[in-house]
Design a protein around this ligand. Structure first.
Ligand SMILES: NC(=O)c1ccc[n+]([C@@H]2O[C@H](COP(=O)([O-])OP(=O)(O)OC[C@H]3O[C@@H](n4cnc5c(N)ncnc54)[C@H](OP(=O)(O)O)[C@@H]3O)[C@@H](O)[C@H]2O)c1
Length: 347
């Protein structure tokens, strides 16, 4: 596994692939709230295998459960708890792992049960550390924009959690670009802990960040991590019957409990049929092409590391993903993929 320095503005090195925990390996059995029970043994196998391969950059959030979305308030925190327990039971070396978690989305029903206020952040960092059974997290992201809290209140609180040793680096996720730039510049102007890393949705079919967020990451030397690199499974081709050229929902897939139907369009179907051919020409599967494209476009087009955060629900997905990390896509291959996914033209 290759490791990359996340961004110009910080010294943190991470594996070039990250493992997400929004959706975990799950059993078909559901609890009384309709949440899938988690296949904890399979999750441990995934985590162990990832660690053995040097995939040591793990992404979670205070709100994640692992088997339901959206997450009812009765189920929040479950993914952090399982991750913490698995790290301990597997006896993984904490100092070899980079753990990222997030704050900002709703955790309890009261007026301070969500957001980026000092009260909420100070409460949630201590809760996350308890659930994860660790002394500090490496990256602490603002999970979503909070229009009600002054930006300096959030930034000074983030500065404090770093100073108090609870957090090493600050990140931002899903924040609209003009607010993001304000956070970045306010931190610089006030000599507060800088925004070191960003996390936004980026994949072959979702390329909006190329217009604004990636240029900001480049301009300020901030690291960039890409969530839903497989388009929540769409880009694996699992929702296409390639013989009959029709959409299908395989039993046990995410689309059975989370509505992905807005992505099942004729345009996406045609694009997937073509991408499958292109993947074949590269000796790759569709999920491998999607992962390799992000890593290659980061290296060769944007000239910043782009770290895909993959969702893994079974060990064999991880094996497939690991083989994509070193795939080298030529300029011609990137150009052909670009034509299908209609991003900005490559020169
Ligand atoms: N900051 C944010 O707001 C935010 C939002 C979303 C995600 N994230 C982070 O990003 C991580 C990844 O997001 P994501 O889960 O949407 O990512 P994704 O990698 O786009 O999708 C993962 C899903 O694709 C399917 N899959 C993966 N490999 C496969 C393979 N080889 N063959 C067939 N199917 C395969 C699995 O679906 P099945 O369940 O159908 O098996 C898996 O759950 C999350 O875990 C989380 O840590 C952050």
């Amino acid at each position: 596994m290759k490791h990359v320095k996340l961004g110009e503005s910080c010294g943190l090195k991470v594996s070039s692939l990250s493992l997400g925990t929004w959706h975990l390996p799950r059993l078909s059995e559901k609890d009384e709230a309709g949440a899938h029970k988690i296949d904890y043994e399979e999750f441990k196998k995934v985590l162990k295998r990832a660690y053995e391969e040097g995939l040591t950059f793990i992404d979670t959030a205070n709100r994640y459960h692992g088997g339901v979305s959206p997450v009812p308030l009765t189920h929040v925190g479950n993914a952090e708890k399982l991750l913490g327990t698995a790290i301990r039971e597997l006896k993984l070396d904490r100092e070899e792992i980079v753990i990222a978690t997030k704050v900002g989305v709703r955790m309890s029903p009261g007026p301070n049960g969500e957001g980026l206020s000092r009260k909420h952040i100070m409460w949630q960092i201590s809760e996350s550390l308890k659930r994860l059974q660790i002394d500090y997290v490496d990256i602490y992201y603002a999970h979503a924009f909070d229009p009600e809290t002054p930006k300096l209140e959030t930034l000074t609180t983030f500065n404090d959690v770093v100073r108090r040793g609870f957090v090493r680096y600050i990140g931002m996720s899903n924040i609209p670009v003009h607010h993001l730039v304000e956070y970045i510049m306010l931190a610089i102007a006030n000599k507060l802990e800088p925004v070191a890393v960003l996390q936004y949705r980026y994949n072959l079919f979702d390329r909006g960040v190329e217009n604004d967020i990636i240029p900001v990451a480049k301009r300020f030397g901030v690291g960039f991590t890409a969530y839903s690199p497989l388009g929540e499974g769409l880009l694996t081709g699992k929702y296409v019957d390639f013989e009959s050229k029709r959409w299908v929902v395989p039993p046990g897939s995410r689309a059975e409990y989370r509505d992905l139907s807005h992505m099942f369009t004729e345009r996406n179907l045609q694009r997937l049929l073509r991408l499958k051919e292109l993947a074949g020409e590269q000796g790759l599967t569709l999920p491998q092409l999607a992962i390799a494209w992000l890593i290659n476009i980061g290296e060769k087009v944007w000239k910043i590391p782009i770290v895909p955060i993959i969702g893994i629900t079974r060990l064999q997905h991880l094996e497939e993903a690991l083989m994509a990390v070193d795939a080298n896509l030529s300029h011609d291959a990137l150009k052909a993929i670009d034509e299908v996914t209609r991003g900005p033209p490559l020169s």
